[in-house]
Every structure is written in C-alpha cells, then in structure tokens.
Design a protein around this ligand. Structure first.
Ligand SMILES: Cc1cc2nc3c(=O)[nH]c(=O)nc-3n(C[C@H](O)[C@H](O)[C@H](O)COP(=O)(O)OP(=O)(O)OC[C@H]3O[C@@H](n4cnc5c(N)ncnc54)[C@H](O)[C@@H]3O)c2cc1C
Ligand SMILES: NC(=O)c1ccc[n+]([C@@H]2O[C@H](COP(=O)([O-])OP(=O)(O)OC[C@H]3O[C@@H](n4cnc5c(N)ncnc54)[C@H](O)[C@@H]3O)[C@@H](O)[C@H]2O)c1
Length: 446
C-alpha cells in the first residue's frame, strides 16, 4: 500500500477519491489541494437557486475542509498546484498566503475538473457577461439580479445548463432569449422529436428561442446591451455563456497521454493515466462508454463520483475496474421530465451504427386511473445487426426518471432489443399498465 497520496482538486471527483481513501485505508497519508475556497458545490442547484425553487445555497454543499480533515486528510484550500514533476513525484504549489511549497507523493490523483468554454468574441469583457460553473459564479449572478434594470437575459447554449438557466431566469421575472447554433436545444442528448417537445415547453413559458444562430459579437458601453448573431440582434442586460466544458489539463499537458478529441487525460478502466503512478478522475479525464464500446468524454457529476471511487481503490492497491458508463442524464423543466442514456438515433447513425429506433406513446397508468395519469413517449435505439440496445429516451409530465436506469444497465450488459420483449415488468394500476410501454416499444422493434 502506498504511504502518501496527493489529490489535486477536491470537488466532486476529488472528494469521492478522498472519502474512499479515508473510509477504507487507515494508514495512508492523504493530502489534497484545491485552488477554490469551497468544496463539493452542486452546480445543479444554481438554476434552482436563481429560479427561487430553493431558498438559498446552503444545502448545495455536502463536504468541507473540516469534514475531510475530521476523517484524517490534510486539506489545503485556496492552494493552486502550479506544476508537477512526474519523474520526481513532486507537486509544486502556491499556498493561500502566496508561498511556494513542494510536496512529494507515491500516488497522485488528478481531479482538476473542467472549465467552461469561452468563445473568443468581441465584447466578451463587457460587464454582465457571465459564465456559470463555480459557486462564486452563481453568487455573482444572484447578486447582480438584485439590480432591477437587468430585465433581459440572453442565454447562449441550449444544452443542459442553458435550458435549466432559461427556466430559472424566466421564473426570476426576467425576459429570456435562448440562443444555440444547433437546430434545436438538447440536441446532444435527444432526438429531434424529444427536443421539439422541450422547445414547445420553453416557448409556452415565454422563452424566446433563437436556434441555428451563431453569436458573432456582444455590444455595449461598459455593460452588455446587445447580442449580435449572424441572423439577428437581441437586447440583453445580461448574457450567460454555457456552450460546454473543456477538461482542465494544464498540469499534465504534453506529459500524460491525452484524448485526441479534447485533450482530457486518457485513462484505462482503473482511471490510470499513461503514467502508472498517476490517476485522473472526473471532468479532466476520459471514461469508457459502453454504448460506443470505446473511450469517451462525458462531463457529469455522476461520472466524477464513480471515477473518484475507482481511482482511490486502485491507488491504494485494491484493483477495481470500471464497468464503463452510459452517460445517463435527465432534465425537468416546468414539470416536463426528460431522461436519456447511451446514444440517440441521430448520434448512433453519425457514429456509423446501422441503428434503428422503436417508439411508443401511451398513458403511464391503466386507463381507468383518472387522476395523475400522464402520457409517456419512449424511444429505444438499437443496432440492427447485433440487436444490441444502444440508447433510450423518455419524456413525460409524469416522473419517469427511474425507468432510464433499466436501459443504462441494459447497455452496460449488452442486452439485445429482443431480450427486452418478454422481460418481466410488474403491473399495478397505481403505477403502470399490463401492456407496459417498455414492453410495447420492444415488441414493436423490427
Ligand atoms: C450549472 C451546472 C449544473 C450541472 N448539473 C449537473 C447535473 O444535474 N448532473 C450531473 O451529473 N452533472 C451536472 N453538472 C456537471 C458537474 O458539475 C461536473 O461534471 C462536476 O463538477 C465534475 O466534477 P469534478 O470534481 O471532476 O470537477 P470540477 O467540479 O471542475 O472540480 C475541479 C476542482 O479542481 C480544482 N482545481 C483545478 N485546477 C487546480 C489546480 N491546479 N490546483 C488546485 N486545485 C485545482 C478546482 O478549484 C475545482 O474545485 C453541472 C455543472 C454545472 C456548471
Ligand atoms: N441535468 C444534467 O445532467 C446536467 C445539467 C447541467 C450540466 N450538465 C453537464 O455539464 C456539462 C456542461 O453543460 P453545458 O450545458 O455547458 O454543455 P452541453 O454540451 O450540454 O451544451 C452546450 C450547448 O451549447 C451549444 N453551443 C456550442 N457552441 C456554441 C456557440 N458558439 N454558440 C451557441 N451555442 C453553442 C451546443 O449546440 C449545445 O447545445 C455537460 O457535460 C452537461 O451534461 C448536466
């Protein structure tokens, strides 16, 4: 077992690694550095906070320096790791008081996460042009929203963050324009028929949609006033950019093997990098995607936590391999719930699969259940040659979120669409129908 483990970055992935080491390996000397002043901020709460759906940010943290130190770790906050000598196994840091220090390790876990993509456009340095990632970003936006002259908010990027924030700003009493260069919102996660349903939900609630538009510049004096796209101009007192994340790999650039698509640290199933003593976890690293049966980049808190646990056990000498991931995800906007896992039909085809989809729409519960009964739309994507399930999407005003886990497991275990046809699903009128839409969609598959 190694004596000394250093964890760089102590947000979701780093905290998961630290907790695993502290809970299971009593004799390890574990030290963590984080450049920020807080640990474990749940970014998912930012929209709920802005939209007034929760009363404040207090519940959005589940760990702290004190909690981790109480379990035996040494935690240095506001301490940036500036460089690493991977041969000498030494990290070089600048501590909170500005002093340079160095620390040696036996095993290193990199959990340096990601940073929001910032397009290089004229006007990006104007006031009220915001990014949303850290707790401090959320605080700043909330503080600025105290200014009632901020009436119009433009959200650039209609992915998960953008759609959630569009709802949040509208709930907050602002006029919202949601801009995306793609044809629709959430297009990385869902096929068009699901995206269109979300589009309708957004426009029914007053969000102005501007899709297939490319932002060219921002205009204003000191404060932003306009977003100029290749097709239109929108008045905006605040502009939020949420056009994706980029892995933060400054410390290992050129020294550790990197994913050809975006430079994330390439890891194996044990989260080990190209250097045997170095692991990488969370948003700075790759995962194995079972749907494509290959290495991939999927930035999610869930993957951060799982990869943190895996790296910690391996760094401490217990071999643990990841079963891979499916990128399962979900969103709930004004009560419209959508969940997906694996590949959409569109993405499967783009990746070269001979893919097909089987769709079904029905009521959630038996027809005689007059209350709280909602329509559900399901799509299951499968490979026509191997019959392997590649993905699934569900959409309803009913809470169908738990159904997606079945498909996540099916993709992980390489279940075929035919196996799903007579799969045992219970029936109780309070919950579902004897001819369950999952069964019906599978039975209808060609
Ligand atoms: C608004 C928003 C909503 C989200 N909602 C969801 C959701 O609903 N579900 C979901 O699964 N995911 C969601 N995500 C994504 C999720 O937050 C990320 O996938 C997750 O934060 C990744 O965790 P991480 O620990 O790998 O990286 P990060 O959260 O990026 O943390 C990296 C840490 O490393 C530290 N660090 C970096 N470089 C250094 C250095 N050189 N020295 C010291 N410290 C360093 C940073 O200070 C930071 O604390 C959301 C993200 C945002 C922004
Ligand atoms: N509910 C959840 O699970 C949840 C919630 C929030 C964030 N997240 C994760 O956090 C990460 C970051 O989220 P995100 O919303 O920033 O990324 P995203 O990948 O979900 O969406 C980015 C969007 O920006 C658009 N875009 C890209 N460049 C653009 C440009 N120049 N102009 C206009 N539009 C542009 C894309 O078409 C896409 O729709 C993702 O991995 C996401 O899955 C997950």
């Amino acid at each position: 077992m190694p004596n000394k483990i250093i964890v760089v970055g102590a947000n979701h992935a780093g905290t998961a690694a630290l907790n695993t080491i502290l809970d299971h390996y009593k004799d390890v000397d574990v030290t963590a550095f984080d450049a920020n002043s807080n640990i474990s901020f749940l970014g998912c709460g930012m929209a709920l906070w802005i939209g007034g759906q929760i009363s404040g940010p207090d519940g959005l943290f589940y760990s702290s320096k004190e909690i981790l130190e109480g379990k035996g770790a040494k935690i240095y906050m506001e301490t940036s790791v500036n460089s690493i000598d991977f041969d000498k196994k030494t990290v070089y840091v600048k501590d909170a008081s500005g002093k340079d220090k160095e620390y040696s390790y036996d095993k290193l876990i990199l959990a340096t996460g990601s940073t929001p993509v910032g397009p290089q456009l004229p006007g990006m340095s104007l006031d009220n042009v915001q990014f949303v990632k850290l707790y401090q970003n959320a605080q700043e936006v909330i503080e600025k929203l105290g200014d009632t002259s901020i009436k119009k908010v433009a959200v650039v990027g209609g992915g998960y963050i953008g759609v959630e924030l569009a709802e949040a700003f509208q709930r907050n009493g602002r006029e919202v324009t949601l801009i995306d260069c793609a044809k629709t919102c959430l297009s990385a996660y869902y096929d068009e028929m699901f995206c269109k349903r979300m589009e309708k939900q957004l426009s029914d609630h007053g969000i102005h949609l501007a899709f297939e538009e490319k932002v060219e510049r921002l205009e204003g004096n000191t404060r932003v006033e306009k977003v100029i796209t290749d097709k239109n101009s929108y008045d905006a007192d605040m502009v939020i950019f949420c056009v994706g994340f980029r892995p933060n790999t400054k410390l290992g650039n050129g020294q550790l093997r990197q994913f050809n698509k975006n430079g994330a640290y390439e890891t194996d199933l044990m989260q080990q990098t190209s250097h045997p003593d170095v692991y990488a976890v969370g948003d700075c690293s790759t995962v194995y995607n079972n749907a494509i049966e290959d290495t991939d980049y999927i930035a999610l808190a869930t993957n951060a936590v799982r990869s943190g646990i895996i790296a910690a056990h391996n760094a401490c000498g217990t071999e643990l391999k990841s079963p891979g991931v499916q990128g399962s995800n979900g969103i709930s906007i004004w009560g419209l719930n959508m969940v997906s896992t694996g590949l959409s039909l569109d993405r499967a085809k783009k990746l070269g699969f001979d893919a097909a989809a089987t769709d079904y729409e029905d009521w959630q519960k038996a027809g005689f259940m007059e209350k709280d009964n909602y329509k559900v739309v399901i799509r299951i994507v499968y490979d026509k040659k191997t019959r392997r399930i590649l993905g699934a999407q569900l959409c309803s005003d009913y809470d169908i979120s738990m159904s997606i886990h079945l498909f996540s497991m099916a993709i992980q275990e390489k279940v075929t669409i035919d196996k799903l046809k007579l799969f045992d699903l219970f029936f109780l009128p309070h919950f579902n129908q004897p001819y369950n839409y999952i069964t019906m969609a599978a039975l209808n598959a060609e």
